[in-house]
Ligand binder design. Structure first.
Ligand SMILES: C[S@@+](CC[C@H](N)C(=O)[O-])C[C@H]1O[C@@H](n2cnc3c(N)ncnc32)[C@H](O)[C@@H]1O
Length: 399
């Protein structure tokens, strides 16, 4: 298990690489007509654009394996820095009937996460942002101990309470805004707070309160970009010092990169995304011409199932949405063709961002871990399940 000095070495190595290469991973190729990093890394864009569809797809799924990007970018160093131990203790699956009312994937995530919460502890358990308290119920049932869950939405508390009572589990869900004053009163030494996929400010608040109050934490963070602050301020002093030393800056938009992954999306969803992206890029060409301005115009994304039936329909929708007046007659074919061509290029240029995605996520979790180390905790960091089950599979635990 990585000790604090090993975590420190990773934190340092990742800060250095993220800072050094920020001009390459930060720009969104989607918003550019050419190579978004200009003259930097000569030859890299050409090598990416020459990749076959299969190779591009393989690198999306496994950015560190046999990567041709290694001739330009520090692939091996990044791979080593993100290679964290598997924390699953190899526990047997819980009875399937316990997962009643929980989606199949979520149930597997909950079992894996629960496997990282020690069952023989005498710590009182609290679940943070509990939803319907699926995790609370699972832990209560497995350990035969009461669990308290905190959740903001009253309807989820009510539905979760009904489920707990129906299954005879000692779970109490309280309606609590964890960002509100007084949320810290739930935390104290001798209590462990479990938080599965608590978003940005919600888990940051947990860490602050735990550091202040002395509760233990088992956290799988998620959606780092769901935060009030537009510019990221590291949670730990060490993180702030490293950012300043290496000139690393992170915006809220950059944080979103850490969670943009399609690894678990089914084929149908991926096909839909590809078409939507090609059409958006085709529209981008069209709007640049119609407006006479060679600049990207962000168009909102269309929910799955809401995409108009053809390219012309999409452009009319997008134009109306953005207040762009299209000419009466448009020859759609060249724009759609250009959109698909650019889409294939963007997918390949995006491989640079793919390479830095996990390093950024691990860096963010290290910053969270370091906040707790600075508060005097001993911290373990690793994965609680395979990426295919959830790409948000990092787990931070105080001992
Ligand atoms: C991503 S869900 C995770 C739910 C559950 N832990 C799970 O893994 O299924 C985040 C939960 O946080 C809740 N939430 C959002 N803002 C909150 C707040 N300010 N205080 C407490 N809970 C909040 C949401 O209602 C939602 O149930």
């Amino acid at each position: 298990m990585p000790s604090e000095p090993a975590l420190e070495a990773r934190f340092h190595a990742l800060t250095e690489r993220l800072a050094e290469w920020q001009a390459l991973w930060r720009p969104l190729p989607f918003q550019h007509r050419g190579v978004p990093w200009g003259e930097r890394a000569p030859g890299l864009a050409e090598a990416l654009l020459a990749l076959s569809d299969d190779e591009a797809e393989r690198l999306q799924a496994r950015p560190f394996d046999a990567s041709p990007l290694a001739a330009w970018l520090p692939v091996d160093v990044l791979a080593e820095a993100v290679d964290l131990p598997d924390l699953v203790s190899g526990e047997e699956a819980l009875p399937a009937s316990w997962g009643e009312g929980i989606g199949a994937r979520k149930w597997r995530q909950i079992q894996a996460f629960a496997g990282c919460v020690a069952s023989d502890d005498d710590e009182a358990l609290l679940e943070w942002c509990a939803g319907k308290g699926h995790l609370s119920r699972t832990l209560a049932r497995r350990d035969g101990r009461p669990v308290t869950g905190l959740e903001w939405q009253a309807s989820l508390c009510e539905a979760g309470q009904v489920l707990a009572e129906r299954q005879g589990q000692p779970v109490t869900l309280y309606r609590q805004d964890v960002l509100a004053e007084g949320a810290g009163d739930w935390l104290a030494p001798g209590r462990r707070v479990a938080a599965l996929h608590a978003c940005g400010d919600l888990h940051a608040r947990l860490l602050e309160l735990a550091a202040e109050r002395g509760a233990a934490v088992t956290l799988a963070p998620c959606c780092y970009h769901r935060t009030e602050a537009v510019d990221y301020r590291a949670l730990s002093n060490r993180g702030r010092a490293l950012m300043a030393e290496h000139g690393l800056t992170l915006s809220r938009e950059d944080l979103a990169m850490a969670v943009q992954e399609t690894v678990t999306a089914p084929q149908g969803v991926r096909r839909h995304r590809r078409r939507a992206n090609a059409w958006r890029l085709g529209f981008d060409r069209l709007q640049r011409e119609v407006r006479g301005r060679d600049e990207y115009l962000p168009v909102p994304s269309c929910a799955y199932g809401r995409l108009p039936g053809d390219f012309a329909g999409f452009c009319r929708w997008a134009a109306e949405n953005k207040g762009v007046t299209l000419p009466e007659e448009v020859d759609w074919v060249p724009f759609e063709t250009a959109g698909w061509r650019r889409q294939a290029e963007v997918e390949r240029l995006e491989l640079v961002r793919h390479l830095f995605r996990r390093p950024l996520e691990v860096w963010l979790v290290l910053d969270r871990a370091w906040r707790l180390v600075e508060a005097g905790y001993r911290v373990r960091l690793g994965t609680f399940c395979e990426r295919e089950l959830t790409p948000r599979n990092l787990l931070l635990e105080t001992r």
